[in-house]
Design a protein around this ligand. Structure first.
Ligand SMILES: *Cc1c(COP(=O)(O)O)cnc(C)c1O
Length: 376
């Protein structure tokens, strides 16, 4: 938690649940990322947190943007981004959204299938397109499985076809899965892309960009490698596989850029036990799976907690949200322990929750309002 966030929570005591985010920390993260990968162009993955103060700060820093929908494209434009600085990176787009983005001046689009490529040829003629390939997601705490990307052999065919359809077959992208804790995931993916580049050049395709996607991790309960470790591994692999013929490099950090800038402030609604002898207490918070903590699904992302009683004796807990749905249980198997003194009415903080929280909140399930947001 940054000093600015701590001061705001202490002095303003905002109603809970809320996200408090220090935009200066986003700027620091942008600068750290740029220093770790100086040859890469940064396209902030807007979905991680699309709040205007974040987008506006990043526009001022010269960032580009990875948008997944026409609505996200619009949000970037409203924040002052130039259309040339926006990549429409979702491989699954409504054709009306492609048309709208193209009319607004967006000229870079992702695809991973022939049907999508034909939509682009019709509705974004002449645009730069890049093909997303499937790569391993081992090491990612929030993997993306096979939903996006295609096999390398298909990517080759589609990049050739892109040129025939009058599009500019500009590059290849991948995503190693979010909260990726292993630098080797990028190295393996880069090796795969380099082989495809060789094949494409032989086939006469003027491919010239590699998009390394997102995945760069944030520290929650466990240490993760530093961003400089990822930078070194990535540039090492790029040099090894591309030598002096380095292509343009694009990265799309989402979580890394905003995660540790924000804190969710929540209230303990109830602490109870299921039997007099049960050692495990149930701790119910005023935020849960439906209030924005969607990434606790499968206990994938394990947030760190701060309480007013830290340092005192602790015991095992199950942590749950406030709604009447049993899937609104956050952590049952991840060995969470919280202070024995914790009680109803205490305020707790969930650390490093600036990414993938505000927009994952449901509309009034059980009557609860979506998370309030404060940008400092
Ligand atoms: C979600 C997403 C990102 C951002 O991923 P992080 O793990 O948050 O860095 C980047 N690129 C694409 C295409 C995405 O879908």
């Amino acid at each position: 938690m940054t000093p600015k966030v701590a001061r705001f929570l202490r002095d303003s005591m905002p109603a809970t649940p809320c996200l408090v985010l220090d935009v200066d920390r986003v700027e620091e993260n942008y600068r750290r990322m740029a220093a770790a990968l100086p040859l890469a162009r940064i396209y902030y993955a807007v979905k991680a947190n699309p709040a205007a103060p974040i987008l506006e700060r990043l526009v001022g820093l010269g960032s580009s943007f990875d948008a997944a929908s026409w609505e996200e494209v619009s949000a970037c434009l409203e924040a002052g981004a130039r259309p040339e600085a926006i990549s429409f990176g979702n491989t699954v787009k409504k054709e009306s959204a492609i048309r709208a983005a193209h009319a607004a001046g967006v000229r870079m689009f992702a695809f991973d299938s022939e049907a999508e490529l034909r939509k682009l040829a019709r509705s974004a003629p002449g645009a730069r397109v890049y093909c997303r390939i499937l790569v391993g997601n081992d090491g990612a705490e929030w993997p993306l499985s096979r939903k996006f990307g295609c096999e390398v052999a298909m990517a080759k065919e589609l990049m050739v076809l892109a040129g025939e359809l009058g599009l500019d077959p500009y590059g290849i992208s991948f995503h190693v899965g979010s909260q990726q804790t292993k630098t080797a995931a990028y190295e393996a993916a880069i090796a795969k892309v380099a082989m495809l580049f060789t094949d494409l050049k032989e086939a006469g395709v003027n491919v010239r960009m590699v998009n390394l996607g997102g995945g760069y991790p944030v520290r929650y309960r466990q240490e993760v490698p530093e961003i400089d470790d990822f930078g070194a591994a990535i540039m090492g692999a790029m040099a090894e596989h591309f030598g002096n013929a380095l292509p343009e490099i694009v990265i799309e950090p989402g979580r890394f850029m905003v995660g540790d800038a924000g804190v969710v402030s929540a209230e303990v609604v109830l602490v109870s036990r299921k039997g007099a002898e049960d050692p495990v207490r149930w701790v119910y918070l005023d935020i849960g799976r439906f209030g924005g903590l969607a990434e606790t699904e499968g206990e994938a992302i394990k947030y760190a907690f701060r309480t007013p009683h830290d340092g005192g004796a602790e015991g095992p807990v199950t942590i749950a949200g406030p709604t009447c749905d049993s899937t609104d249980t956050l952590y049952e198997k991840s060995n969470y322990r919280l202070p024995l003194a914790l009680e109803s009415g205490d305020r707790v903080e969930l650390l490093a929750t600036g990414a993938y929280v505000t927009t994952y909140a449901s509309q009034k399930f059980n009557g609860f309002q979506p998370l309030a947001e404060h940008y400092l």
